[in-house]
Design a protein around this ligand. Structure first.
Ligand SMILES: Nc1ncnc2c1ncn2[C@@H]1O[C@H](COP(=O)(O)OP(=O)(O)O)[C@@H](O)[C@H]1O
Ligand SMILES: [Mg+2]
Length: 286
C-alpha cells in the first residue's frame, strides 16, 4: 500500500507560545507548511519489512514525508509504530525495503553506490525524541544539550553553550538551565530532550509517544513545545495517542494495525476516515 503525504494546503491558524513555563495547550491550528508538489520527500520508506526472529512485525510499509509536513502515526500497542519510526534512522534495521532520507538510500534495497549513505550520515539528518527522556542524570539541562553539540557537531565549548542556551530558551527552559534532570518535572525533562535533539539542526524530527510517560497535567507543555517547533517549519513524524493534538497538527495521518497501514489521509482524517476499524479506534481514544 502506498502512503503519500498530501500536497493540498491545510488551514492556517493561530500560534501558541510555549515559552512560558507550564504553558498549556490552547486550540490553535499550526500554519500550513510548505506544500510544494515538486518538493522532494524528506523521508521515503518503501516496502519496509521487519522481522524479530520468526515473527514479521512490519509487512511492507510505505510512508512519504515531505518538507515541512507533520505526519502522525497512530494505532494500537504492538502495531509496529515504533519499529516503523525507528526504521527511519536505522535504530531498527529493516530486513527488506528502501529507506531514503533526502534522496540518499540507507535501507537494504539495492541502489547505485553513489546513492547510498552511512548510518552516521543518516543520524546527523534525523533527530529523535523518545517516551523516556534519556537525559544524563549527572549533567544539568544546559550540559545535556551542550554535550550533543560538542560531540555530534564537534562544536567549540563557547559556541556549544551559546547554542544550548538558545535551544533551552526556545522550549521556555532557560531559567532551568542549571538544574539537573531530577530537579525537573517530566514535562520539563522532555522539553530538554526536544531542545537537545533540535539543537543539532536535524532535517526531520521523530517523536515516539513523547507524552506517554507524563502525568496528564504535564502533557500540555510538551505538546506546546512541539506545536511551536511545527510552526517553525520543522518536518516531523509523530507517533502519539493524543488524537486531539494529532487532529490539529497532522498534515497527514496514518493508522496502523498488526504491522500494516490500515488507512491514511490528510487533514480531516479523524472525521472522514472510512475504515470501520479506524473509526472504532478513534472513537475509543477521542
Ligand atoms: N526488539 C524486539 N524484539 C522482539 N520483538 C519486538 C522487538 N521490538 C518490537 N517487537 C515486537 O514487534 C511488534 C511491534 O512493536 P512496536 O513497533 O514496538 O509496536 P508499537 O510501537 O506500535 O507498540 C510487537 O509485537 C512487539 O512485541
Ligand atoms: Mg511504540
Amino acid at each position: 500500500m502506498v502512503v503519500t503525504a498530501p500536497q493540498g494546503a491545510g488551514p492556517t491558524g493561530t500560534a501558541t507560545d510555549p515559552a512560558a513555563d507550564g504553558a498549556t495547550v490552547t486550540a490553535g491550528v499550526p500554519a500550513a507548511q510548505l506544500r510544494d508538489p515538486g518538493a522532494a520527500p524528506v523521508v521515503e520508506l518503501r516496502g519496509i519489512k521487519k522481522r524479530f526472529g520468526e515473527t514479521e512485525v512490519l509487512h511492507g510499509v510505505d510512508l512519504s514525508v515531505r518538507q515541512g509536513e507533520h505526519v502522525v502515526v497512530f494505532g494500537p500497542s504492538g502495531s509496529g509504530k515504533s519499529t516503523l519510526l525507528r526504521s527511519i534512522n536505522l535504530l531498527e534495521r529493516p530486513d527488506e525495503g528502501s529507506v531514503r532520507v533526502l534522496g540518499v538510500e540507507y535501507g537494504p534495497a539495492p541502489c547505485a553506490p553513489s546513492e547510498r549513505g552511512s548510518p552516521m550520515q543518516l543520524r546527523r539528518q534525523v533527530g529523535m525524541v523518545f517516551q523516556q527522556f534519556h537525559l544524563f542524570p549527572h549533567l544539568t539541562a544546559l550540559d545535556n544539550v551542550a554535550l550533543g553539540l560538542r560531540r555530534a557537531k564537534r562544536m567549540p565549548r563557547p559556541e556549544a553553550y551559546r547554542q544550548a542556551a538558545a535551544a533551552l530558551a526556545s522550549v521556555g527552559l532557560l531559567r532551568w538551565a542549571a538544574h539537573f534532570p531530577a530537579q525537573l518535572s517530566g514535562g520539563q525533562q522532555q522539553r530538554v530532550a526536544i531542545a537537545r535533539a533540535v539543537s543539532l539542526d536535524p532535517k526531520v524530527m521523530l517523536f515516539d509517544e513523547p507524552t506517554s510517560a507524563l502525568d496528564p497535567e504535564l502533557v500540555g507543555e510538551v505538546l506546546a513545545a512541539m506545536r511551536k517547533l511545527a510552526e517553525s517549519g520543522m518536518t516531523m513524524v509523530i507517533v502519539t495517542h493524543e488524537l486531539n493534538f494529532a487532529r490539529e497538527i497532522g498534515d497527514f495521518n496514518v493508522f496502523m494495525e498488526q504491522g500494516a497501514v490500515v488507512e491514511s489521509g490528510g487533514r480531516g482524517f479523524y472525521d472522514q476516515c472510512s475504515s470501520p476499524r479506524t473509526k472504532q479506534f478513534i472513537g475509543a481514544v477521542l
